[in-house]
Design a protein around this ligand. Structure first.
Ligand code: GDP
Length: 444
């Protein structure tokens, strides 16, 4: 998971400030030093770090203390705000053309995930706007790229325009746009060639594609794993083409996060989306404020809710929320939820979006794999109807019977019941809206 180290270190630096009635200049200096090191090690641009620390110090020392926050919380609030600003403050969106189609030209170095991201974006537009995009295969030097795009098109039932004999990419793009006009597609996404590094022939070709397609968006795809180098690449593409936004891919890997934190500050270009995996569903809108909260371990409930909305039946979600509130959530619902949650992605990732959970040591024991889910189901199926509906009746002798019935050890049954109760209590807090603000952070 991206930012893991950074997140841990910043939180540690800030933890020393919490609970203190008064914070001295020395306290702030110490925390600033630790945060500075953490950012540099995360590969954030040196100058960006310098400005950041300067602002934090100035703000933290100069600010009137708000009554509602203790001094430690106040500093965390400042760090949160400044981290958000560093990444761009408001979430950026695509430029939309007044008349169809809105044209999106994707550029980037080879292997950054451009072709995959064309597919992800098409899916995202289908899902969120009911869009009917057309994809143009403009990476003609890599035959595999054309095939890859065609496959993606088939999967999404989205048309892909490609030509086999034409060697002039600009011509292909021109023809592709005519096709889109004919079919009244509302979006056109152009995949383009990449190289291992920026070179003159590539730039010339991209300039010609830009000229014939007059794109509303030129989105630069950058690989978050390349760290600071990503900002140099971004500068290079921007100087020649005028990039309108950035898509940061592979943020699911264990990148140190430097690119995400410095790209906006260094290039002035907003990150619009992030790639969070290899599947077509793994694209997320980028919200600087939510990302800052995630880094500070304050969770990201909004993204969690959005993900849930994508995969959940709304009525179903409403029903569960009601049950949580009324405390009637039982093991039958638990099994249903397990299956739903499995659809949303790896559980440890999801849990980390819940405020206060990012650093919870119990999280380590909560990773659930397929086999474990099967065991959990076996345990629940060995319960009587009454036990499933009323988990509080599960005394030791019932637990022993359930263990025998499901062929699982008693300790596992106990653990599962404990986890269920924990999840239920936690979800209850969340559904009661008891998760906002800083006062709920662990250790405060
Ligand atoms: P292109 O050369 O820029 O078109 O790159 P591709 O789209 O072919 O992607 C290169 C590799 O990166 C493929 O193996 C993709 O599955 C992988 N990839 C793309 N985006 C992501 C992402 O967000 N996360 C991860 N983990 N892998 C990605």
């Amino acid at each position: 998971m991206a930012f893991e180290n950074l997140s841990e270190r910043i939180q540690k630096a800030l933890k020393n400030l919490t609970g203190k009635g008064k914070i001295s200049e020395e306290d702030i200096n110490r925390a600033s030093r630790e945060i500075r090191l953490a950012l540099l090690e995360a590969d954030v641009n040196f100058k960006v770090v310098k400005d950041f620390i300067k602002t934090i110090k100035k703000e933290a020392l100069g600010k009137e203390v708000q009554e509602s926050l203790n001094p430690g919380q106040q500093v965390i609030k400042i760090v949160n705000e400044e981290l958000t600003k560093m990444m761009g403050e408001d979430a950026a969106t695509l430029n939309k053309s007044k008349h169809i189609p809105t044209v999106i030209m994707m550029v980037g170095l080879q292997g950054t995930g451009k072709t995959t991201t064309v597919g992800k974006l098409a899916y995202h537009l289908q899902k969120t706007q009911n869009a009917r995009p057309l994809l143009i295969a403009g990476d003609i030097y890599r035959p595999a790229a054309v095939d890859q795009l065609k496959q993606i098109g088939e999967q999404l039932k989205v048309p892909v325009y490609s030509e086999t004999n034409e060697k002039d990419v600009a011509k292909i793009v021109e023809n592709g746009l005519k096709e889109a006009d004919k079919n009244k597609n509302d979006y056109v996404i152009i995949d383009t060639a990449g190289r291992l590094e920026i070179d003159e022939p590539l730039m010339e070709e991209l300039e010609r594609v830009k000229k014939v397609s007059d794109p509303d968006n030129i989105l630069l795809v950058v690989d978050a794993m390349t760290g600071q180098a990503a900002t140099d690449v971004a500068k290079g593409f921007d100087e020649r083409l005028g990039v309108t936004g950035v898509i940061l891919t592979k943020l699911d890997g264990d990148t140190r996060g430097g690119a995400a934190l410095s790209i906006r500050a260094v290039t002035g270009k907003p990150i619009i989306y992030t790639g969070q995996g290899e599947k077509l569903t793994d694209l997320e809108d980028f919200h600087p404020d939510r990302m800052a909260s995630r880094i500070l371990g304050m969770g990201d409930m909004l993204t969690l809710i959005e993900r849930a909305q994508q995969d959940y039946d709304e009525k179903e979600a409403q029903k569960v929320a009601e049950k949580m509130k009324e405390n009637t959530f039982d093991f039958n619902d638990f099994i249903d939820q397990l299956e739903q949650v499995q659809k949303m992605g790896p559980l440890d990732q999801i849990m980390k979006m819940i405020p206060g959970m990012a650093n919870n040591p119990q999280l380590q024991n909560m990773s659930i794999d397929e086999k474990q889910i099967a065991h959990t189901k076996a345990i629940v199926y060995s319960m009587t109807k009454e036990e499933r509906e009323n988990p509080d009746v599960l005394n030791p002798s019932r637990r022993r019977r359930i263990a025998a019935g499901s062929a699982r050890p008693v300790v596992e049954v106990n653990r599962m019941i404990k986890q269920f109760k924990m999840a239920r209590d936690m979800m209850q807090k969340v559904t009661k809206g008891n998760f906002k603000g800083l006062s709920n952070l662990p250790g405060m």
